[in-house]
Design a protein around this ligand. Structure first.
Ligand SMILES: [Zn+2]
Length: 250
């Protein structure tokens, strides 16, 4: 059976300070990457959006082209009919017949004109879509250039920090094993509640190193004695004395 490990207050303090120091270094690395990973993701999403826009415009252009084809066929049919009627008009027997054919011819001419107008309008629509497509292409190109730069930056930072991060992560696993389990739970909880990720802070100039609230002299001497764990009553962080913090290196 595994022996339940005893943790002296001194050990608890030292182990948690060490873990905090490692975590702060890892936080620094992440800060170095900063917003880059998110910016890269945003740019990729933006470009994908533009690509969808272009696909939609292409589909729309295809529809308009089909419509133009249809109307051109109508125009051609109209012209053929017109020829037929004009020929018939030469062989009319009376003015009534002539008038009837004349009406057909007029209707035909109107149809042809309508078809021509539609083709012209639809062609203008295609031109308009092509302009929009061109504008979107420019946007894609611009965003792609920025994306490439950001990706390159991120790659560089990752390459620079990869080794350090790996060794820190390894060290962290070891350091974590040294922390009294219940203390680790509190530490993670406190750390998660602060943007700067500081759960363990030193008393600096009679104040909490986290929230800068004054620490009463009585508490300060208790912290220095390392006889029990002390929590800042304002921010809830674990308080340790500066000397101990400085004695622990990562
Ligand atoms: Zn505090």
């Amino acid at each position: 059976m595994a022996r339940v490990r005893e943790y002296s207050i001194q050990e608890r303090l030292e182990s948690i300070i060490k873990l905090q120091k490692i975590d702060s270094k890892l936080d620094e690395i992440n800060k170095l990457r900063g917003e880059l990973p998110m910016e890269v993701q945003d740019l990729e999403d933006e470009i994908a959006g533009y690509q969808t826009r272009i696909d939609n415009v292409n589909n729309n252009i295809k529809e308009i082209e089909d419509y133009i084809k249809q109307r051109k066929t109508n125009e051609k049919e109209g012209q053929e009919a017109l020829k037929k009627y004009e020929k018939q008009q030469n062989d009319v027997k009376n003015s009534r017949e002539y008038e009837a054919i004349n009406k057909q011819i007029e209707a035909c001419e109107l149809d042809i004109k309508e078809a021509e107008k539609d083709v012209k309008m639809a062609s203008a629509q295609i031109e308009d879509r092509e302009v929009k497509k061109g504008e979107t292409d420019v946007l894609i190109k611009q965003r792609q250039e920025v994306l490439n730069i950001k990706k390159e930056e991120l790659k560089k930072i990752e390459a620079e920090t990869e080794k350090e991060e790996k060794s820190l992560s390894k060290e962290r696993r070891k350091a974590e094993d040294e922390v009294f389990p219940r203390l680790l739970v509190s530490y993670n909880k406190i750390r998660g509640s602060f943007r700067n990720g500081l759960a363990v802070v030193s008393v600096e100039r009679d104040s909490c190193g986290g929230c800068h609230s004054a620490i009463p002299p009585q508490s300060q001497s208790e912290i220095r004695l390392r006889k029990r764990m002390t929590i800042c009553e304002h921010c809830g962080r674990i308080l340790v004395d500066e000397e101990l913090t400085e004695s622990i290196t990562v």
